[in-house]
Write a protein that binds this ligand. Structure first.
Ligand SMILES: Nc1ncnc2c1ncn2[C@@H]1O[C@H](COP(=O)(O)OP(=O)(O)OP(=O)(O)O)[C@@H](O)[C@H]1O
Length: 472
């Protein structure tokens, strides 16, 4: 059902794409106004209907070289309406120009409908930086091996060690973790370090298509297997014979497909949809899940046999908020990579800006950190990023800046040594750890106690023994 307050202007010349975007946007309550070119877009914005436009998607193919100037003109007329640009080009320079002109996001075609909607949702959220999940920065390709995975925090390092140890084997791998924690990056590194590194790696995003389309993508189909199946299609599993298949977001697999996959794995034979016989394949399965799959099994939402077949090795990647100590290293890594992009420069970052980044809880994890840094770098005129370079984070955390939000001792952790080189007394360190935890978990004392591994009453006793004001 369309919501009258949500009108999307789509500047697009491809009828099939317009229909698809209109349909997926409608599912999320958007009405869509389709226009074919720049002139029609600017005219439409002046009309009574156009005044109600709350977001704009622009396909660069409809505009050509003038896309960035059109973004500027649209932002002049409608500064509040976020603009997303679709393009066939992966040029970082175009991405930077589009952002400087005012685009909120830049998506390279083909874009899965879910990715597009995620971006539209993010751009229309009031608390934009919390939800910013599709950064331009992600289009910067780097090498994908274990060494390029930044972080030294113990839970992260133990996940990496487990991955490195099992990469060379043939068993299945399940990587669990919130969105943006690096699951896909880790799987690619594992495939790269495996004996199958030179064989194909096929990644199937389970959330990106309907259940029947996923079956076709995985197993392939015969001509006429279903209405619209004109040609034979070879599925990802068969394509990856000898290599690795990744089931990205396996938690979203429908029950019927779960069953078909469990049967396939058990038999080692893949049977295309509509085919009377199958083919024996040799593939290694890897999967990612945003939700704890074991819980889904206990709740009856995921088949136990498939879970067991998929979890030869189970690796959990921690959310960024649980490894805030890695934020400075990640930040420097991303700033170095951003600085290599055409149109951007190498920037440094002040300690106070690092403290601000460390105090945020990053619901979109490493991906979001990358996006926020990229945006800040695009708009930075100086050589150094400061807290002012992150106005949205500043607004969210600003009122906590002198206390709860900012981790103590240069923001990055707790000092173990005194200036004279001797260790600090345990009580002082403990008090700092508790203050840091209260700040990090924004005063949610149950969470603070849970994360510190102590009971709430012990926590309150320590607060009083150590003389900590719980508004720390
Ligand atoms: N430890 C890390 N070091 C460097 N870059 C990282 C690290 N972790 C994640 N990234 C970067 O963050 C982005 C998101 O990572 P990735 O796509 O692997 O996350 P994901 O967990 O698979 O997310 P989703 O569940 O949403 O698909 C990528 O650009 C990746 O390069």
């Amino acid at each position: 059902m369309a919501d009258d307050s949500r009108l999307l202007m789509l500047i697009d010349r491809e009828p099939a794409q317009s229909r698809l975007i209109t349909a997926v946007a409608l599912r999320e309550g958007w009405r869509t106004l389709v226009v074919r070119d720049a002139e029609a877009a600017l005219t439409a914005l002046k009309s009574a209907e156009g005044k109600a436009v709350t977001a704009i998607i622009l396909d660069q193919a409809a505009i050509g070289d003038q896309a960035c100037s059109l973004i500027g003109a649209l932002k002049d007329k409608r500064p509040d309406a976020p603009v997303l640009m679709l393009t066939g080009s992966a040029s970082p320079l175009l991405a930077v120009e589009a952002m400087r002109a005012g685009a909120n996001d830049y998506l390279i075609k083909p874009v899965a409908p879910e990715r597009l909607m995620q971006s539209l949702r993010a751009a229309t959220q009031v608390e934009a930086p919390r939800k910013e999940l599709q950064p331009l920065a992600e289009k910067m390709q780097g090498t994908l091996d274990f060494d390029s995975m930044i972080g030294t925090s113990p839970p992260f390092r133990s996940a990496l060690a487990q991955a490195a140890k099992t990469a060379r084997g043939n068993g299945s791998v399940l990587i669990e973790g919130e969105s943006g924690t690096g699951k896909e990056m880790l799987l690619r590194a594992m495939h790269g370090a495996s004996a199958r590194a030179k064989a194909p790696l096929r990644i199937v995003n389970i959330g990106s298509a309907s259940a029947s389309a996923i079956e076709s993508l995985l197993f392939g189909h015969e001509p006429d297997a279903f209405p619209g199946a004109f040609d034979r299609q070879v599925g990802a599993i068969q394509h990856a014979d000898g290599g690795t298949v990744v089931l990205d977001d396996i938690d979203r697999l429908e029950p019927a497909t779960q069953e078909a996959l469990a049967t396939m794995i058990e038999s080692g034979i893949v049977r295309p949809v509509g085919a009377s016989h199958g083919f024996r394949v040799d593939v290694r399965f890897m999967a990612t899940s945003n939700l704890p799959l074991a819980d889904m099994v206990s709740e009856g939402h995921f088949r136990r046999d498939l879970f067991e077949a998929m979890s030869g090795t189970r690796i959990e990647l921690p959310p960024l908020r649980e490894r805030a100590g890695d934020i400075p290293a990640l930040t420097r890594h991303f700033l170095a990579r951003i600085g290599e992009q055409p149109g951007l420069r190498h920037l440094s970052i002040s300690d106070s800006a690092l403290s601000l980044l460390a105090a945020f809880d990053w619901p979109g994890n490493v991906r979001q950190l990358q996006a926020v840094l990229f945006r800040a770098a695009v708009f930075c005129d100086a050589q150094t990023l400061t807290p002012e370079s992150f106005p949205d984070l500043h607004a969210i955390l600003g009122d906590r800046e002198d206390g709860a939000g900012a981790p103590s001792q240069d923001g990055m952790g707790v000092m173990l040594y005194q200036p004279d080189g001797n260790l600090r007394p345990l009580e002082e360190i403990e008090a700092d750890v508790i203050r840091l935890a209260i700040g990090h978990y924004r005063g949610r004392m149950t969470e603070v106690a849970r994360r510190l591994g102590i009971g709430r009453s012990t926590l309150y006793r320590k607060l009083s023994d150590l003389g900590i004001d719980n508004a720390a």
